[in-house]
Design a protein around this ligand. Sequence first.
Ligand SMILES: Cc1ncc(COP(=O)(O)O)c(C=O)c1O
Length: 393
Amino acid sequence: MSGKGGEEPRGHRAATIGIHAGSPEPVLGAPVVSPVVQSSTFIGGAGEPASELLYSRYGNNPNQVLVGEKMAALEGTEASLLLASGMSAIAMTIFAALPEGGHVVASRHLYGATRTLLEQELPRRGITTTLIDPESSEDWEAALTPQTGVLLLEVPANPTLRVFDLRVPAEIARDSEILLAVDGTFASPANIRFAELGVGAVVHSATKYLGGHSDLVGGVVSGSREFIERVQNLMKLYGPAPDPHMAWLLDRGLKTLQMRVAQHNHNAMELARWFLDREGVVEVHYPGLPDHPDHAVASEIMSGFGGMLAIVLEGGGVAADAFTSTLELALVAPSLGGVETLVSQPRHTSHIHFSEAMRVGIGIPDGFVRISVGLEDVEDLKEDFGRALDGLR
Ligand SMILES: Cc1ncc(COP(=O)(O)O)c(C=O)c1O
């Protein structure tokens, strides 16, 4: 079983937990950095059944366990499990929560692949979904059926940066004994304390801020020990277990999570304000801006507004293509949360399978450019974006 968080012995704070939680007791001569245990299997007792079979697909390799313990401590949950990707973390969470015939009520504002999973893949397994605009408790309640076992949303949402108030579904989930699952990838545990807000299953694509260096693919689910055990049992069957080396890289990334995210928050806020005054930029989406539709909620539930922002360019898709193709420092690539600034147009990447009308319906018009603000000097980023905007005139 991975992760026994909530047991941080000395009540350490997040930056300390990110560095030390999960590490073995320090003993003379032990390495300061836990080594990669690149072994698929482990020797068991001969002639008698082992209490626990150690096998890396089961999620009990030492590197997997260390990251599970660290993540649980960071989230403040009983347990956490590391999986092979964010998508496998989402899929296994839904499978673990629902029987055949189960029903999900989900926000319409989700990462494209999550929506495709809900709308196209899960119905083949007898699981149906109602998509809603999660603005109020009536929106959630109207969609509930006796089969509803999961409420699902992303906070902040990819790529529109909407910050829906997760305390609303949290209350419904508590009253109705339904699992509230939240994809917190854009926030990371450094910006939102999900479990404290009533989230039952906190899911992250570890590929993004948790790893932080665009060099791994992974996912994490955190929640009660009983629920994480169910997810782990499904991981054993379906097989999306993490490689030990990925777990080791993720542990290294988590050691600097607080520091990195603080600087991502700072750079993104600075750039968002700067974009407001730029000619050719018709919209700036950043929860830290006072005129963002969810600024009040974001101010209450986020300790920082995150490293993701989006702009909409005058001139639509043509302008966005020209803008992104003339950037010299920011890289055009999908994914996010790494030290380098990445830009993408959701119509070409995460929301490529959506019609234009569907995209516009959730606030992604042509001309929408998503920016994962990295850790470069923000003045260099302004110069790069400024040059690309000048080129549009
Ligand atoms: C919000 C969000 N959730 C989940 C995922 C899927 O994560 P992964 O690529 O690690 O499977 C992504 C990927 O971009 C994402 O942006």
